[in-house]
Design a protein. Structure first.
Length: 180
C-alpha cells in the first residue's frame, strides 16, 4: 500500500487533486481536520487568524511534525484497507517523518499554481475564503515559519494547476498510474 501526500500553497488545488485520488480508491486524510476540530472544540469562528493560532499551538506542543505525528495512527489504520492520500502536508519535518515511516511506499506530490491564480481562487471559495492580504500573510507564514518550501522542492511529482479541472485530472491520473 502507498501513502501519497499532497503539498502546495493555499489555493493551489490540493483538495481537488485529493478528490481524484479518492475516485481511484485512495482513503483521504486531511491534515487540516485537526485544525478545524481545535477551532470547533473552542467555539471559535473559522477564519485565518484562528486557524493560524491553532496550527501554531499544535506545533509548539508537538513540534514541527505535529500534523504527521497526530495523523500517523489514522494513516496506519487506513493502510490496512487501501492506499492513502494525505491532503495538506505542511512542513519539512512532516515530510521527513512520513518518508522515514513509509520509506519507498511514500510519495510527495506538489500541486503548484501561481500566486495570482491562487489568490483569485482563495477569494472565491465558499469555505474559508481569504482576502488577498490574508492569502499573502498565509504564504509568508507557511514559507518562513513552517518550512513548506522544502517538501514542495523535494516532491516526487509536480502538478501544474493553472488551467482546467480536466487538465488537473489528467496530470493526477498519470501520477496514480506511475506509482502503482
Amino acid at each position: 500500500m502507498k501513502v501519497v501526500a499532497l503539498v502546495g500553497m493555499a489555493g493551489s488545488g490540493k483538495s481537488e487533486a485529493a478528490r481524484i485520488f479518492v475516485e481511484n480508491n485512495y482513503h483521504r486524510i486531511r491534515f487540516g481536520d485537526i485544525t478545524d476540530a481545535g477551532i470547533k472544540s473552542r467555539n471559535l469562528v473559522l477564519n485565518e487568524k484562528n486557524e493560524r493560532e491553532i496550527r501554531e499551538e499544535l506545533r509548539r506542543e508537538h513540534g514541527m511534525a505535529a500534523y504527521a505525528k497526530l495523523n500517523l495512527p489514522k494513516i496506519t489504520a487506513a493502510l490496512e484497507r487501501s492506499n492513502v492520500i494525505v491532503d495538506g502536508l505542511y512542513s519539512w519535518e512532516e515530510y521527513l517523518l512520513l518518508k522515514a515511516t513509509f520509506q519507498s511506499d511514500f510519495y510527495a506530490v506538489a500541486v503548484w499554481s501561481s500566486p495570482a491564480t491562487r489568490y483569485r481562487r482563495l477569494a472565491q471559495r465558499r469555505e474559508r475564503p481569504l482576502s488577498p492580504e490574508e492569502a499573502i500573510g498565509r504564504d509568508k507564514n507557511e514559507l518562513e515559519k513552517i518550512n513548506k518550501g522544502a517538501p514542495i522542492a523535494m516532491a516526487d511529482f509536480t502538478v501544474i494547476n493553472e488551467s482546467t479541472v480536466t487538465d488537473l485530472k489528467k496530470q493526477v491520473q498519470r501520477i496514480i498510474e506511475l506509482i502503482k
